[in-house]
Design a binder for this molecule. Structure first.
Ligand SMILES: Nc1ncnc2c1ncn2[C@@H]1O[C@H](COP(=O)(O)OP(=O)(O)OP(=O)(O)O)[C@@H](O)[C@H]1O
Length: 256
């Protein structure tokens, strides 16, 4: 589903958060939004989810104005995504039950999706009984089971340790490749953006404007991002991170 921002601005009272944002996100494209904390990335996602409205300008999904939340556009958060009083199986099945699908069929489908994210054997566990990584696998199963046309990811792995995050990024990449939703990912992790996205948009401090857009293309990628070293350096520099390798200074009398 194509997403189109035309001359979108967003303010909360006197606070200007988004300044004239224009972009078209193609059907099936994976776009990552990176930028300084508080610049307005989540606000853009919330507008796409239909939770916030632009102050001025227009936002469309599949050619229709985005006015309300819709099961076609699913938002996945960093945490608190699962209902703690429900088992993993019920959490996943609920997404279909919300769409008025019969309980038995929903549970059957939920089992399949828990298997796709490699959670076989944990169907009857409650969220607090499994690790953070397993909870996010379950959250992904719950997001994908309803086969959304648009997947909105807000720092989905921000609360996880680096190794678990990389594993979950691979799980997500496979699911995206198989299901082909249009994806908008907000992340602080530049490597995550480069690994998952076809296009990376780098935002300025608030009010957010686009400093740079990098087209990576829909090409097979691994976690070895050495082919993207130049782009990585450029994006980090735009975010104010110094990537220069400083030569160690030798003190007097030291031999090389
Ligand atoms: N509902 C709201 N009412 C008032 N101000 C808001 C609201 N939502 C967001 N803001 C403000 O808008 C600004 C942008 O917030 P937003 O969460 O979009 O930034 P962000 O780039 O996602 O930040 P972070 O990377 O830290 O999550 C912040 O100053 C925030 O306080």
């Amino acid at each position: 589903m194509e997403l189109q921002f035309s001359q979108v601005t967003k303010s909360f009272g006197d606070l200007n958060v988004i300044k004239l944002f224009d972009t078209t996100i193609r059907n099936g494209e994976i776009v990552a939004l990176v930028g300084p904390s508080g610049c307005g990335k989540s606000t853009l996602l919330h507008m796409l989810a239909g939770l916030q409205q632009p102050s001025t300008g227009t936002l469309t999904a599949g050619g229709s104005s985005v006015a309300n939340p819709s099961p076609e556009r699913t938002l996945v958060f960093q945490e608190h995504a699962l209902y703690p009083w429900m088992t993993l199986l019920d959490n996943v099945a609920l997404a279909l039950e919300f769409q008025d699908q019969p309980r038995k069929a929903s549970l059957e489908e939920a089992r399949k999706w828990l298997s796709r994210v490699r959670l076989v054997g944990f169907e009857g566990y409650y969220p607090h009984q499994v690790s953070g990584g397993m909870r996010q696998r379950c959250a992904l199963a719950r997001a994908f089971i309803a086969r959304p046309k648009v997947l909105l990811l807000d720092e989905p792995f921000g609360a996880l340790d680096a190794l678990t995050r990389m594993t979950l990024q691979s799980v997500l990449k496979d699911l995206i490749e198989e299901e082909r939703p249009t994806v908008v990912l907000v992340t602080h992790d530049v490597d995550e953006a480069l690994y998952l996205a076809d296009r990376v948009m780098v935002f300025s401090q608030r009010p957010a404007t686009v400093l740079r857009e990098v087209e990576l293309g829909h090409i097979p990628k691994t976690h070895d991002l050495s082919a993207f070293a130049d782009v990585r350096r450029e994006v980090l520099n735009l975010l104010g991170i110094d990537t220069d390798e400083h030569e160690p200074t030798h003190s007097e009398g030291e031999t090389a």
